[in-house]
Every structure is written in structure tokens, then in C-alpha cells.
Design a binder for this molecule. Structure first.
Ligand code: KG4
Ligand code: ZN
Length: 332
């Protein structure tokens, strides 16, 4: 029988809680900490303090939305890594306290497994095996979801994650934080007139590199400024986004061709990007691939995906000595 799960996620700058039953989300609450905007990026200590202040209210909000009380809950799920250690510890400590007081099982969830499982929420009938492109602030992975909780890595970034490249390029364009959505908005007003170089051209592996792309954009801006040339920031944003999206699509569809798997899912914060979604839709149609995208509210960090992952996870319930693990691995 499915367990009613109360899930908690505090790995970065979103304080989130949700009540889930299998793939069904009964109530989800997310507080996005805006305090970091002032500093141009996430300040770990500020994130931890905000989680401490917000978590009880966010959990209450999720329960209220689900019309459930603590007494209805069958298990507690919590992200215990990877992420910012102080931020993770707030969620893990809160989850342990609840599990202890209400005598409930405690299920640790890997943050990236959570993102992958956001696809199960948005697509009721999706089942493994399928290919998944995970694109977030810390990860750019192509993996095969062979079964529930069973993953095989077939490509990953060797340096910056694509979300990180979006954020750093946005900063170079003076757009502030969070950079990804701001860069996307600006790119809509421009054209991809500049061809930025692709790393790993002609290689046989399916890994990514995004740090060179970000550097190419920064050098391009400096060059034009030194020469006194006028340029449209929107064209630079559109050109960067075009190359990042094409690189992701080229490798992911190549992975589909090589593995013969004709189902592709995309998950993680960058999967909210409209240009990425559109490019994958067009290519999937052309190449006869079924494409699975999360609903926008489940692309960026949330706890509904953590609850769903706990329902499908091979992870066993943990004793109360569970700890946070900032660099927890999904693959051995
Ligand atoms: O999954 P997520 O919320 O947190 C991590 O696990 O990292 O992803 C956050 C990342 C950030 O780098 C953010 O800039 C990027 O996702 N992002 C976007 C968009 N929305 C969020 N990047 C490009 N376009 C977007 N619309
Ligand atoms: Zn995330």
C-alpha cells in the first residue's frame, strides 16, 4: 500500500515541503529565498538561517494544502545530499525530530534522484527504461533510468554545470541573480547572431564542458568594449543560450541513437528554460522520440519530487543517526 509521505527539501535556497502519495502530490509549498539577490549568488550561511526560520511554516502550509495533519503521515522523506551542508542539516534535523516524535520511518533522498522523479509526477504513465538529461545548478548528466532507483551514467559535464554557466554568463551581462531565468528573458529580445565555439568537437564520448563557453562570452564582451563597438546584450544572451541548448540536445539525442532508447526526459532547474524545451520538442518530433518534461513548478527545487522519489526509492528507512552528506553520490 502507498504510504502518505511528508517530504522536506532544504538543499540550497528553496525551503520546501510536500505531502505526497506515490506519484500524486496532495500539497506542496515552496519558499524561494530572495535574500541572496543582494549578493549576486547564494550565501550558504544566509540560506541555513532562512531555512531555520521558514521550515515550520512551510511544512504547515504543505499539510494545510493537503488537508492532512501530522497524525495522518506514514513516513518522513528528506533530501540529505548533495547540497550546502548547513542548509541540508536544517531539513535533516527537522525531519529527524518529526520522525522521532511521531515514531515514523525516515527516508533519505538524493537530490538528483528527486529531480528525476519530478517526471513521474508530471507523467502518470512514464516508466523506466528512459534516458534522462539532468540539468541544474550543480549537475549536467545524461543517464539511463534503467529501473526505479537504478541509474547508469553515460555523459556528464567535466567542469561547470549548465545552470552554473547560465548564472555566470548572466552575471557577466549584469543581470543579477538568479541568472538563468533572467538570461532567458533577455535572450527572447535578441537573435543568436554569434557562433560560440563548442568544446569537445569530434569526440566520441558524450560528456559536456560549459566553462569554455562562459569564458568565450566574457572575452567577447571585453573585446567589444575595448574596441568601443556597440552590441546588443540580448544577442549575446541568445547566442549563449543557443549554443548551450544545442550542445545538450546534440549529446542527448546521440545517446538515444546509441542506446536505442526512444524515451527522453529532462529534469532540474534548467528544464524550465523555454528555448531548451522547444528545441527538444522539435528534435523529438523529427527523430520520433517521446519527450517527457516536468511541469514548470516541478523543474526548480521543490519537495514534491522528494516525496515521489521516496515512494520509488530502493533506499530503506534509516535510523535517527542519519546525517547530511554535502557531496552524496548517485553513482558508485
Ligand atoms: O534544480 P535547481 O532549482 O537547483 C539545483 O539543484 O541546482 O536549479 C537551479 C539552476 C540555476 O542555475 C538556475 O539559474 C537555473 O537552474 N534555471 C534556469 C532557468 N530556471 C532556473 N536556467 C535557464 N533558464 C531558466 N528558465
Ligand atoms: Zn535542484
Amino acid at each position: 500500500m502507498e504510504r502518505l509521505i511528508l517530504a522536506i527539501e532544504t538543499s540550497c535556497d528553496e525551503t520546501a515541503a510536500a505531502v505526497t502519495l506515490g506519484r500524486t502530490v496532495l500539497g506542496s509549498a515552496v519558499y524561494t529565498q530572495r535574500e541572496h539577490e543582494l549578493y549576486g549568488g547564494v550565501v550558504p550561511e544566509i540560506a541555513s538561517r532562512n531555512h531555520v526560520m521558514k521550515i515550520p511554516y512551510i511544512v504547515d502550509e504543505a499539510l494545510k494544502k493537503a488537508e492532512k495533519s501530522y497524525r495522518d503521515i506514514d513516513a518522513i522523506a528528506v533530501t540529505n545530499g548533495p547540497g550546502l551542508i548547513g542548509a541540508l542539516l536544517v531539513g535533516v534535523s527537522f525531519a529527524k525530530a518529526l520522525a522521532y516524535y511521531y515514531k515514523l520511518p525516515l527516508i533519505p533522498v538524493h537530490h538528483i534522484e528527486g529531480h528525476i522523479c519530478s517526471l513521474f509526477i508530471s507523467h502518470e504513465t512514464l516508466e523506466p527504461p528512459f534516458l534522462c538529461l539532468v540539468v541544474s545548478g550543480g549537475h549536467s548528466h545524461i543517464l539511463v533510468v534503467e529501473d526505479y532507483g537504478v541509474y547508469r551514467l553515460i555523459g556528464k559535464t567535466r567542469d561547470d554545470a549548465v545552470g552554473e554557466a547560465f548564472d555566470k554568463t548572466a552575471r557577466a551581462l549584469g543581470l543579477g541573480y538568479p541568472g538563468g531565468p533572467k538570461l532567458e528573458a533577455l535572450a527572447r529580445e535578441g537573435e543568436p547572431v554569434y557562433a560560440y565555439p563548442r568544446g569537445f568537437k569530434g569526440e566520441t564520448h558524450l560528456d559536456f564542458t560549459f566553462s569554455g563557453l562562459k569564458t568565450a562570452v566574457i572575452n567577447h564582451i571585453h573585446n567589444m568594449e575595448q574596441k568601443g563597438e556597440t552590441y546588443k546584450k540580448a544577442d549575446i544572451a541568445a547566442s549563449f543560450q543557443n549554443e548551450a541548448v544545442s550542445f545538450l540536445a546534440d549529446n542527448t539525442f546521440e545517446a538515444a541513437a546509441r542506446t536505442g532508447i526512444n524515451k527522453i526526459g529532462i529534469a532540474g532547474g534548467v528544464s524550465a528554460n523555454g528555448a531548451l524545451r522547444e528545441a527538444f520538442r522539435r528534435r523529438a518530433e523529427k527523430e520520433n522520440i517521446s519527450l517527457y518534461l516536468p511541469e514548470l513548478k516541478y523543474c526548480t527545487d521543490n519537495a514534491a519530487m522528494i516525496g515521489c522519489a521516496a515512494a520509488f526509492s530502493k533506499e530503506t528507512d534509516q535510523p535517527l543517526r542519519l546525517n547530511a552528506d554535502a557531496s552524496r553520490m548517485l553513482f558508485e
